[in-house]
Design a protein around this ligand. Structure first.
Ligand SMILES: *Cc1c(COP(=O)(O)O)cnc(C)c1O
Length: 377
């Protein structure tokens, strides 16, 4: 017997979602964004599952890229923020990592580095996110310097949208127009679309798109777009009831007595807490599924446990299965109850939660030292 908390990862759903990103953008190629350990799903396992579909992957750091190489992934890997130190360029050239170049120091460092082969470079343009990237005149200069350096090949232009997921698209249109103008004058292929733009803005599909969250089945548009309703959840976080309590009217449950019983209440104590990555901001009323029926969190999230109201589910008992998000419970609804977004919940699942992989086309890999399982629980 072991603690029942687990994250089941449906690699067939991952493949389905990646294929949807491709089908929605038939003239683009799609980088599969698997930074932050594939948004908490396990980067090496997800990369293997997508290896025959995706021409290239994208990550945030060279450590993440090297972990893919160690895991046997031979595809090109884009470093979305480029290098953090000049010494990384040598490794990037050795391993065919494609580098974003967003600032003067990265450009100067590349010019000063001896390389065995030229690097694929993706010039990052700040079209309005105002986080990373060059202005238009700087991007024009960067292109000229990269070409003159002999250190770069396959130049691309990339930008990142600040508001592709909002319903007031003016700022989005402004960013799109700016990057399209620049790409035309520079004659460079474009890489623009994140998940929301992949799902809902065909005019922003470039030579390459960069879908991330949608690959994991979380809808960044929260149902506002028809295509996004075809996404399938990849991670199902589930556990079980480990104790049952009968609480009298007026009695509190858990830390600080946040929840107080307004009627005789049956409480199920479940094995999951913020020490597993569940968000402690979850309010009373946050949805959970117990034996397939929806009920709610009652009381503050503890480190290793949570308490849920099972008054309306009389058959619920010690051992009853509890789904925290995934199949049957949209992670966006849980995120809304935590005043956050699906991204933080998925990336926040901590290593102590064993991942079990299903489907896909790989020999099954389990992380966290737990034995692999190829059947659904
Ligand atoms: C993370 C990231 C993406 C993917 O964004 P999603 O909203 O998850 O699709 C795309 N581009 C860049 C530069 C990123 O950092």
């Amino acid at each position: 017997m072991s603690r029942p908390l687990r994250a089941d990862i449906d690699l067939d759903a991952l493949r389905h979602n990646y294929q949807l990103a491709c089908d929605l953008a038939p003239r683009s190629r799609s980088l599969a964004v698997i930074k932050a350990d594939a948004y908490g799903h396990g980067a090496v396992a997800c990369a293997h599952a997508l290896a025959d579909l995706a021409p290239a992957f994208a990550v945030a750091t060279i450590e993440e890229a090297l972990a893919l190489r160690e895991g046997g992934i031979t595809h090109p890997v884009v470093l979305l923020e480029g290098v953090f130190e000049a010494a990384e360029y040598t490794l990037a050239a050795q391993h065919d990592f494609w580098c974003a170049i967003h600032s003067e120091w990265q450009l100067a460092a590349l010019e000063a580095t001896e390389l065995s082969v030229p690097l694929s470079c993706w010039i990052k343009f700040d079209s309005g996110m105002h986080r990373l990237g060059f202005t238009a005149p700087e991007a024009i200069e960067a292109k000229a310097r990269l070409e003159a350096s002999g250190k770069a090949r396959d130049l691309h232009l990339m930008t990142h949208f600040a508001t592709a997921d909002s319903l007031t698209p003016d700022y989005f249109r402004q960013q799109l127009a700016a990057v399209q103008r620049l790409a035309e004058s520079l004659e460079l292929p474009l890489c623009l679309a994140n998940s929301p733009a992949t799902l809902a803005c065909p005019e922003a599909h470039g030579a390459w798109n960069r879908p991330g969250i949608m690959l994991y089945g979380a809808d960044p548009l929260e149902g506002a777009n028809e295509a996004s309703r075809r996404l399938k959840p990849v991670m199902t976080l589930s556990t079980a009831i480990i104790a049952v309590r009968e609480i009298a009217i007026g009695e509190p449950v858990g830390y600080a007595g946040r929840f107080v019983a307004k009627r005789p209440t049956r409480i199920g104590v479940i094995a999951c807490g913020y020490g597993d990555g569940y968000d402690r901001h979850a309010v009373d009323g946050t949805p959970v599924l117990v034996d397939g029926q929806e009920t709610v969190l009652a009381g503050k999230v503890s480190m290793d446990m949570m308490t849920v109201d099972i008054t309306g589910i009389p058959e619920a008992e010690v051992g009853s299965r509890v789904v925290l998000w995934g199949m049957g419970l949209d992670v966006n609804r849980v995120a809304a109850s935590c005043d956050t977004i699906s991204y933080t919940l998925l990336t926040g699942v901590l290593p102590r939660v064993p991942r079990f992989y299903h489907g896909g086309r790989l020999s099954v890999v389990a992380e966290s030292g737990v034995e692999a399982s190829s059947t659904h629980a």
